[in-house]
Design a protein around this ligand. Structure first.
Ligand code: TRP
Length: 329
């Protein structure tokens, strides 16, 4: 089975956009690949977070991913900082990566603009740390968003260059795995195209029934259709897209008919939609609560994941050391 690996930035709670996008894809992939999923806690240090923030956000993200169906029995789920082998490979990769190419990475330039007082070396070498995350397991496929393409190109460059320098065929070139095209796109309910953290329009998996209701009832609509069977404007289509995902076909059909004969009442639709979102997410929410309150279980999952990840990492590293000319341990 091919190795698939993905790094998860520990940035707060999962929303429905994440859930129906990346997370559902991860959960499905577990059956077809040998999956590694890790929380990129070292990467998060580029912005100097407080220790308590790191602790809270890594625990939250682990609990939420487990609640969504990432399964430690199928996949290797771990914290990056529990696998020190990654750092040794990072050192080797850094020796073969040039200042100029790191400075040209767009995400580096953007970050440098955003945090001019903290343009640290870790920020610059972010792509080599990411390459090390991937190459340490010799992963072939990496599910990432479009914004990671340049980092992926750097990872391939690191693999190629290592192979060239030492005249070996050791590291395979990892390919991006764009699940985005078949993943369901979740619209924002504020009239914007997409649900996203930066858009500030998210319904979170952990949101309780009241919060979900409030958010859905505030959804942007229009003054209603005036012609039978008219094309829906985007803000209305967004609501229907949601119904398609969380409601029964009968409910969807009912509101389609109401739309088509111009008797639709958006208040009714929203009430139904809120209820269906609540029903859909309820079992996930219960599991999030269960995992979040069981620190012992989270610790065990992270420990077992780390042990599996280190076993794979050690194998790679002992080959790498041999290739470079160091003693094998
Ligand atoms: N850079 C990725 C992001 O911003 C997170 C990440 C770190 C990652 N290491 C990785 C993703 C390795 C895939 C593979 O989302």
């Amino acid at each position: 089975m091919e190795n698939v690996l993905s790094g998860i930035r520990p940035t707060g709670n999962l929303h429905l956009g994440n859930y129906f996008g990346a997370v559902t894809s991860f959960v499905r992939m577990q059956n077809d690949y040998n999956c590694y999923f890790f929380i990129a806690d070292w990467h998060s240090l580029t912005t100097h977070p407080k220790p308590e923030d790191i602790q809270a956000s890594t625990a939250t993200i682990l609990a939420e991913y487990l609640a969504c169906g990432l399964d430690p029995a199928k996949s290797t789920i771990y914290n990056q900082s529990d696998v020190p082998e990654v750092l040794e490979l990072y050192l080797y990769l850094n020796m073969n990566t040039y200042l100029g190419e790191l400075e040209r990475v767009t995400t580096f330039k953007e970050k440098a603009r955003k945090q001019p007082d903290n343009v640290n070396a870790g920020l610059l070498t972010y792509p080599t740390l990411m390459a090390s995350d991937i190459l340490i397991h010799r992963a072939l496929k990496v599910p990432v968003g479009k914004d990671q393409e340049q980092n992926m190109e750097m990872a391939r460059k690191c693999a190629r260059r290592f192979n060239n320098i030492y005249g070996v065929e050791f590291f395979p070139e990892p390919q991006s795995f764009h699940f985005a095209k078949d993943a369901v796109k979740i619209p924002g309910l504020d009239g914007s195209g997409k649900m996203g953290k930066s858009e500030g329009n998210c319904i979170y998996l952990k949101d309780d029934a009241k919060t979900i209701q409030k958010k859905v009832m505030k959804a942007v609509t229009d003054t209603g259709p005036t012609e039978p069977n008219s094309v829906k404007p985007d803000v209305i289509q967004n609501l229907f897209t949601f119904l398609e995902i969380v409601s029964t076909p009968e409910t969807l059909q009912y509101f389609e008919e109401k739309w088509n004969d111009c008797s639709i009442r958006y208040g009714d639709l929203k009430k139904q939609l809120a209820q269906d979102i609540i029903t859909y997410t309820e079992p996930i929410r219960e599991k999030i609560d269960m995992y979040s309150s069981d620190k012992e279980l989270l610790r065990r999952v992270a420990e077992e994941g780390a042990a599996k990840a280190r076993e794979s990492a050690r194998k790679t590293l002992s080959e790498v050391r041999k290739i470079i000319g160091f003693k094998v341990y």
